[in-house]
Design a protein around this ligand. Structure first.
Ligand SMILES: *Cc1c(COP(=O)(O)O)cnc(C)c1O
Length: 386
């Protein structure tokens, strides 16, 4: 029998992508801000109540726009977790900021808010919480500190589409709607994707007009197209952050199927959780922790192993069954690029997740048979160890 490979990720196509791309091409207007871009913006603004959405070519670009919008200057300090993707920090490094890396929580990889205030100085300009695995950070605590010290909050919501936070008053808000600005990713590894793609969400109205300018190479072209002015010119710094309408056409097909996609991913997530629970109960592994204030968008299913050797052993055991599991971030404060710029603080929880966290295959087309094989392989690995 031929062995079936189970990849870590497989981009899911809803079937409408080609049709919408065809329409976009046939319309004769395939640069940015065409019909499909507007459909996507409207979808996000209605579904999640975001004040203003702007599609970008990536989440990385959305973060770069955010850094420009809050006027990051050389020497400004920006606080973010060390356990994150390089783009979270690159966006601010590009503008000359010093990154103050925060440690992760003990319960999950999100930044530990109990240690956040101690990192704030008179140079701090922003906090960038990353909702790891789509699980919300403690946003009340973060927004309270931001208020107290007059800081901007930029949510790295790359993984957090259709995930929610319930605040202290019991009000449930979509992730990405809480900080002043937020950045989403539609990279093919995310729940909703367009190959490459992203979005800047603007919740603070003061940034809307300037964001449209920065996204259009520093020109007021978008006002021109709306008929607000009769010629456009160079009015600010900027770059080309807007995607072609072909990308938006692809994305719109995905958005129309958001509910179906989320339902399937959550079923897979719940299967893993249920089948692996006994290993957590006996202290062999740790399962994802979802705080009471957070929802789960099933972006990722991870387990936390006891140590690096055990994780390597499990990766190999899965590989022997043609199952691809992958670890995740390496602490950025220890990276070749940043280690000599870091202030020397130890960030043990971040290092712990770098060594021990393991992500299991998670994609729409994963079958019950695949899932049974994956969970059985993990069970066997731990039973052998007992
Ligand atoms: C995927 C991801 C990004 C980058 O997204 P791109 O769209 O590929 O630029 C940034 N931050 C986090 C936390 C991510 O998971």
């Amino acid at each position: 029998m031929e062995v079936k490979n189970i990849p870590f990720n497989k981009p899911f196509l809803t079937g409408k992508e080609n049709h919408y791309i065809y329409q976009a091409v046939a319309s004769g207007k395939i640069s940015g801000d065409g019909k499909f871009t507007k459909l996507c913006h409207d979808f996000f603004e209605h579904k999640f109540g975001f004040k203003k959405c702007l599609l970008t070519t990536s989440c990385t670009d959305a973060l770069e726009m955010a850094a420009i919008l809050i006027n990051i200057e050389v020497g400004d300090e920006v606080i973010m977790p060390s356990y994150t993707f390089v783009s979270t920090s690159n966006a601010f490094v590009l503008r000359g900021a010093k990154i103050i890396f925060a440690d992760s929580d003990t319960k999950n990889p999100n930044l530990d808010v109990s240690k956040l205030e101690a990192l704030i100085t008179d140079k701090t300009k922003a906090i960038v919480p990353v909702h790891y695995a789509g699980i919300s950070c403690d946003m009340d605590a973060i927004m309270r500190l931001a208020d107290k010290y007059n800081l901007f909050v930029i949510e790295d919501a790359a993984q957090a589409i259709d995930s929610y936070y319930t605040d202290k008053n019991g009000i449930t808000k979509p992730l990405g709607s809480i900080g002043h600005l937020s950045a989403f990713s539609f990279h093919e590894t995310k729940n909703i994707m367009s190959g490459e793609g992203g979005m800047l969400v603007i919740n603070d109205e003061r940034f809307i007009a300037r964001a449209e300018i920065i996204r259009e190479k520093g020109t007021n072209r978008s006002s021109f197209f709306k008929g607000e002015i009769d010629k456009y010119g160079w009015v600010d710094m900027g770059s080309s952050f807007l995607p072609s309408d072909i990308i938006a056409a692809f994305l719109y097909a995905q958005l129309e199927n958001l509910e179906d996609i989320q339902k399937r991913r959550k079923a897979i997530w719940n299967y893993y959780y249920k089948e692996l629970q006994y290993l957590a109960n006996t202290g062999q592994i740790v399962l994802p922790h979802i705080p009471n204030f957070a929802s789960n968008n099933a972006h990722m299913f991870y387990i936390v192993c006891k140590n690096l050797d055990e994780r390597q052993g499990l990766i190999s055991a899965l590989k022997e069954n043609s199952i691809l599991s992958v670890f995740h971030y390496l602490s950025l404060h220890k990276s070749p690029y940043y280690s000599n710029k870091h202030d020397g603080r130890d960030l043990p929880n971040s290092d712990f997740y770098s060594d021990n966290l393991l992500r299991l295959p998670m994609y729409y087309e994963l079958t019950e048979t695949d899932l049974a094989l994956i969970t059985k392989t993990i069970s066997k690995f731990y039973e052998r160890k007992l």
